[in-house]
Ligand binder design. Structure first.
Ligand SMILES: [Zn+2]
Length: 426
């Protein structure tokens, strides 16, 4: 216990400052990875903010030795994250296709029709529920950001403006509103009180209803070194094994799982009430659980090995950038995603290495990246300045980006991808 050895008045700064595990309450003593101090990754900096102070928060991730939930302290409130949300899901074509295919699959598999009720938590601008509405299936979204909910209502998706939890589930149940299909995509990681949220899922589900949730898979994060997908807005990082434990604590059972390519590798879990025996446990659920056990996700040592591979990735990226600059090469970024901000802040990469980055989202153009203050330009800037290297920050979209921007080869430009490990494309 380092804190007890400290002889000075005041606390030892190397001691754990975290509270209890968000799920099981055990004391958090083991660091999974420490990415230092970082600004909120969606806080893009406008020209008039450039000379002002910017808040930085620790990006130190813990693993619970009892339930193996990988987690950050909630430095930001859910109101800060959700209430004025700049990101509208419908911006991306591939994301819409993902949603359409999901709706079709659920309607067929679970026989949904005009008598069924679909509920979606964190339903955003209705990008997903619109496909159920088009098929004549009663659907209601629950979305805390009022401006985003308004966009959903405009496209015909009824939406309640509120945070989801046990209280809101109970008030819906009191009006006989409960779900045959209850959807929660990319929301579980952003819930500060995970027990209240999962209890709410149980309360909002009909006796034979099905919950599906998608979230980035911790096994992929570890295997592919995706430390840049860690940011303050994501409080929790899940293995299948840990999610099963969390749901089981609220009498919910996962009966099936799919592995998806989205967000660098996600899981889609299917859950039901524990006492609903109509749906048997599928083989592929058991198989994935076994793979996680074999990969070490129930042993603390596996989690403790991650930090070293993160540090090695930083050293390799900096090696490359330093050499390229010594040779007089110019380097720019492509994209301004949240994950880019984690990477650049952790590695200390500013305009000393990257002249600028570009992004197709007009909301981000003309602003600067949080922390590093690298300017964000429109993509045409690359053609004007003809850089030697283009560092792709949203590496999960690298194939699409390299195809769309293949013209950089005209002047001998090359693409660089930092994750899972540094790679220069010739
Ligand atoms: Zn725990």
């Amino acid at each position: 216990m380092k804190a007890e050895l400290s002889t000075e008045v005041g606390e030892d700064v190397t001691a754990s400052t975290a509270g209890g595990c968000r799920f099981c309450g055990a004391r958090l003593e083991h660091v999974f990875v420490d990415l230092g101090m970082s600004p909120l990754c969606e806080s893009y900096v406008s020209a008039k903010q450039l000379n002002q102070m910017e808040p930085f928060y620790p990006l130190r991730v813990y693993v619970c030795e009892r339930c193996f939930l990988v987690q950050l302290e909630a430095y930001v409130t859910r109101e800060q994250i959700f209430t004025e949300y700049a990101y509208f899901s419908s911006f991306s074509d591939s994301w819409l296709e993902h949603a359409r295919a999901y709706a079709e699959l659920m309607i067929t598999r679970f026989g949904l029709d005009s008598q069924s009720q679909v509920l979606e938590v964190a339903s955003n601008d209705g990008y997903l529920l619109q496909y159920f509405v088009k098929s004549g299936i009663p659907s209601i979204g629950i979305e805390p950001a009022a401006n985003v909910a308004r966009a959903a209502v405009e496209r015909g998706v009824p939406t309640r403006v509120e945070f989801f939890g046990l209280e809101s589930a109970r008030s819906m149940a009191a009006t006989r509103l409960s779900a045959d299909l209850l959807v929660g995509n990319n929301v579980l990681a952003q819930v500060p009180d995970i027990n209240d949220f999962v209890a709410g899922l149980g309360a909002a589900l009909k006796p034979h209803g099905v919950i599906t949730m998608e979230f980035p898979h911790l096994m992929r994060l570890v295997a592919e070194n995706q430390f840049d997908t860690i940011y303050h807005e994501h409080f929790s990082y899940f293995s299948l094994i840990t999610v099963e434990k969390i749901l089981a604590a609220h009498s919910l059972t996962i009966f099936d799982v799919e592995e998806l390519p989205t967000h660098g590798g996600s899981l889609r879990i299917y859950a039901r009430h524990a006492n609903d025996l109509l749906r048997p446990i599928e083989e592929r659920l058991i198989a994935l659980r076994t793979r996680e056990e074999e990969a070490g996700f129930t042993r603390l040592e596996m989690y403790q090995g991650f930090a070293e591979s993160v540090q090695e990735t930083k050293r390799k990226l900096l090696d490359f950038l330093i050499q390229a600059k010594r040779q007089g090469r110019s380097i720019v970024g492509y994209g301004a995603p949240g994950k880019g901000n984690t990477l650049l802040n952790y590695c200390g990469i500013r305009t000393d290495f990257l002249d600028y980055t570009v992004d197709r989202n007009p909301y981000k153009q003309g602003k600067a990246l949080p922390g590093t203050h690298i300017p964000i330009c429109a993509p045409e800037k690359i053609r004007e300045t003809r850089p030697d290297y283009v560092l792709i920050l949203p590496w999960n979209l690298k194939d699409e980006i390299m195809k769309q921007n293949a013209y950089i080869l005209e002047w001998g430009g090359r693409f660089v991808v930092p994750i899972p490990e540094l790679r220069v494309f010739d």
